[in-house]
Design a binder for this molecule. Structure first.
Ligand code: NAD
Length: 337
């Protein structure tokens, strides 16, 4: 029976426009009869001593138990003595890879209409290891950490992702000609993993050349895998190619195959509570979540309905130049299902 196949997933509606766009996802999933039961969690109003942050221990347990979740944007509380929300999530759930598909959206004009690539960013080390100090006055040092363990893990994920999403090529992005040891080790690990996947084309591209190729012709790329800092920059560059952060979904991959999908944008306080937010990025993030669960047919159907609604152009939200409310846009997506 269908009852057996119902999957429980954690939902963080988040703050600002979060609850409005999360409600849009719930409506679309209902219309598409997606067999998901949401376990809703909000971030706390005080610091939870077990996580030392506003993220509650219960909500972390929920994601760990379900292995799958969707997160709306959250306001970063300002103050001292606790960990940021994103750092807490990353550390507690072991989120080691950030995946961002960038797909041209027909009907939303940008200088490019042929983008269909995925960036996979190592998310735990590199220049972002937080190891900086002053050596003597006027001289500071920052340590870039690259480990075999983290590099193999993210490379493995990139090839697995390519395989399960019908992608043909993986490009490792690096600067190993200068960063011989660190990026050299990263590349070495990518090569080892590539050898186990002879059916997927593997190539290595130096980051500066990669930037030039991306802005000249993004269709040269398929799946890109890279260390933390390069991934931070290149993934935003790629979001810009398709029209910005409002349309870009993402998914974080963690320990034991756990996945936490989230929109890339923030809480948009300027339009929160006004029924004006564009739910596309969170909807496309929920589509990534479904693909991760292997619910490919549902994922394809929802993605097509979203693209069709935008292409038709009758019910676009303000950020895309239209006049529709979040609710009207959501209804249009449901109708296209
Ligand atoms: P933002 O992304 O919230 O907003 C930037 C601009 O884009 C605003 O004009 C906003 O109206 C618009 N915008 C963003 N998403 C939109 C959507 N879905 N539909 C229509 N318009 C949209 O960035 P910000 O203003 O720098 O940050 C606001 C808050 O969000 C801060 O507290 C920040 O810490 C937080 N934030 C959270 C996350 C996260 O939880 N992942 C990410 C970024 C920022």
């Amino acid at each position: 029976s269908t009852k057996d196949t119902v999957v429980r997933a954690t939902l963080f509606p988040g703050d600002g426009i979060g609850p409005e766009i999360a409600s849009s996802v719930k409506q679309v999933f209902k219309a598409a009869e997606v067999p998901i039961e949401w376990e809703e969690h909000s971030i706390g109003t005080s610091v939870d001593p077990q996580t030392n942050s506003f993220v509650t221990f219960d909500s972390m347990e929920s994601v760990r138990k379900n292995g799958i979740g969707l997160k709306g944007p959250m306001t970063t509380p300002i103050g001292k003595g606790f960990r940021s929300l994103n750092l807490t999530l990353r550390k507690s759930l072991g989120l080691y890879a950030n995946v961002r598909p960038c797909l041209s959206i027909p009907g939303y004009k940008t200088p490019y209409d042929n983008v269909d690539l995925v960036t996979i960013r190592e998310n735990t080390e590199g220049e972002y290891s937080g190891l900086e100090h002053q050596v003597v006055k006027g001289v500071v040092e920052s340590l870039k950490i690259i480990t075999r363990h983290a590099s193999l893990r993210v490379a493995d994920y990139a090839f697995q992702y390519a395989r399960s999403n019908g992608r043909k090529r993986v490009s490792a992005i690096h600067k190993a000609n200068i960063m011989k040891k660190t990026d050299g080790l990263f590349l070495q690990c990518c090569r080892e993993v590539a050898e186990k996947h002879p059916d997927i084309v593997y190539e290595e591209v130096i980051i500066d050349n990669c930037c030039m190729m991306l802005v000249k012709n993004p269709s040269l790329f398929d799946v890109l895998v890279m260390p933390n800092l390069y991934g931070d920059i290149i993934s935003d560059l790629c979001a810009g190619l398709i029209g910005g952060l409002g349309l870009t979904p993402s998914c974080n991959i963690g320990d034991n195959g756990l996945a936490l999908a989230e929109a890339v944008h923030g809480t948009a306080p300027d339009i929160a509570g006004k029924n004006k937010a564009n739910p596309t990025a969170l909807l496309l993030s929920s589509v990534m979540m479904l693909r991760h669960l292997g619910m490919v047919e549902k994922a394809d159907r929802i993605q097509k309905a979203i693209l069709k609604t935008i292409e038709e152009g009758k019910y676009l939200t303000g950020d895309l130049g239209g006049k529709a409310s979040t609710t009207e846009y959501t209804m249009a997506v449901c109708e296209h299902l």
